[in-house]
Design a protein around this ligand. Structure first.
Ligand code: PLP
Length: 392
């Protein structure tokens, strides 16, 4: 059977079959090695086959994998404590994915809004060019027509504003708004950082209108930008934060943290998730967080990111194909004058995996454990690829 017929045709996959990995490296079925600067799309924060993950997966699976949320487990409480000790929030809801972590945030905002103002306070505001997930709720607040158009009609009561545009946000805001969702760094949209003044104003407007400020840190969180939570590098504290991607180091888990009124919005019966917060997922995530924090991985993200960014900026000076370099920590984007796909394919050929973002950006989101030597090798491959593409 042709393997390409057996799966639903939802992804534009590369002609590449991966078999195993170690650290930043992955290997295909012919044994060819690649530097993995995609890392499962900003997921594999500890790289591949990390011993701490292998051990906790084996040990916890012998103890307890899943019990449902009818009961308590130490593993879930322990992970909650770790996350809350790193944040400014009071409680957490566990799920399995970024979409679910966002959906939970949206439901918190709706519930809180209805409690304050009934039907008249249910509007959700979202940014253009955002990405929040693929369920109909998360898709409605994903401000990209290419993802939305095939699936309308979408959720009612949602309005968009222009990202980083104060006047646009002010105009969209009103007493009917229950929540405003934002990525502190837009990931899929092209690695675009939220402007601090804009975030400050968003916080002010939310307070003024008793709306919740919801941050989607599914991609930017878990150390990707140099601090565990990306919001810590902004002037604001959101009422709700959604995490997923890096949280399990590749094992599926999502989390939604809340504070103040947002933390009290949901009551028994309001929300649930069968697999959410299983002892296995929570034990793995706890081990990932311990390695990131106590193992010193997170402490190096800033320096590694600055090193990679400086290398990319040098490429921008010497290659017309590179227009700009954006982002911070190990969440970087190279804005290109050439087709991003051409660079992704050329780099793959030379043993470097990259992923696009937005219409003209190539994203670099390597494991947070990446070495300086690997950063150098990636920069060398990029240099060779840019030179050959410019000569075409
Ligand atoms: C990837 C992503 C999502 C969706 O996460 P899934 O795990 O694919 O459901 C949501 N928001 C942001 C910012 C993301 O990068």
């Amino acid at each position: 059977m042709d393997k390409k017929q057996s799966l639903m045709n939802t992804y534009g996959r590369f002609d590449l079959t991966l078999t195993h990995g170690e650290g930043t490296m992955v290997y295909d079925d012919s044994g060819k090695a690649y530097l993995d600067f995609v890392a499962g799309v900003a997921v594999n924060c500890l790289g591949h086959a990390h011993p701490a993950m292998a051990e906790v997966l084996a040990e916890q699976s012998k103890k307890l994998i899943h019990v449902s949320n009818l009961y308590w487990t130490e593993e879930q409480l322990q992970l909650a404590d770790k996350l809350l000790s790193l944040s400014d929030h009071e409680n957490v809801f566990f799920s399995n994915s970024g979409t679910e972590a966002v959906e939970t945030a949206l439901k918190i905002a709706r519930k809180h809004g209805r409690t304050l103002g009934g039907e008249g306070k249910t509007t959700l505001l979202f940014a253009e060019n955002s990405f929040h997930g693929r369920s109909l709720g998360a898709l409605t607040v994903t401000g990209q027509p290419k993802y939305q158009e095939p699936f309308g009609p979408l959720l009612g009561g949602c309005r968009s504003f222009v990202f980083n545009d104060l006047a646009s946000l002010e105009k969209a805001m009103g007493p009917d708004v229950c929540g405003v969702i934002l990525e502190p760094v837009q990931g899929e949209g092209g690695i675009i950082e939220a402007d601090p003044t804009f975030l400050h104003k968003a916080r002010e407007l939310c307070d003024e209108h008793k709306a919740l400020l919801l941050f989607d840190e599914v991609q930017a969180g878990v150390g990707r930008t140099g601090t565990f939570f990306a919001y810590k590098q902004t002037p604001v504290i959101p009422d709700v934060v959604s995490l997923a991607k890096g949280l399990g180091g590749g094992f599926p888990i999502g989390a939604t943290l809340a504070s103040g009124a947002a933390a009290k919005a949901l009551v028994p019966g309001d929300h649930g998730c069968t697999f959410g917060g299983s002892p296995l997922a929570c034990a793995v995530s706890s081990a990932v967080l311990d390695t990131l924090l106590d193992g010193g991985v997170l402490a190096e993200v800033d320096d590694k990111g600055a090193y990679l960014k400086a290398g990319l900026e040098k490429l921008a000076q010497t290659h017309d194909a590179v227009i700009d370099v954006r982002g911070r920590g190990l969440m970087l984007g190279v804005v290109l004058a050439i087709e991003p796909k051409a660079l992704v394919l050329a780099a793959m050929e030379k043993g470097l995996l990259l992923v696009g973002a937005g219409k003209d950006v190539v994203r670099l989101v390597p494991p947070l454990t990446v070495s300086y030597e690997e950063l150098d090798r990636a920069l060398q491959i990029l240099e060779v690829c840019l030179a050959s593409l410019e000569n075409e």
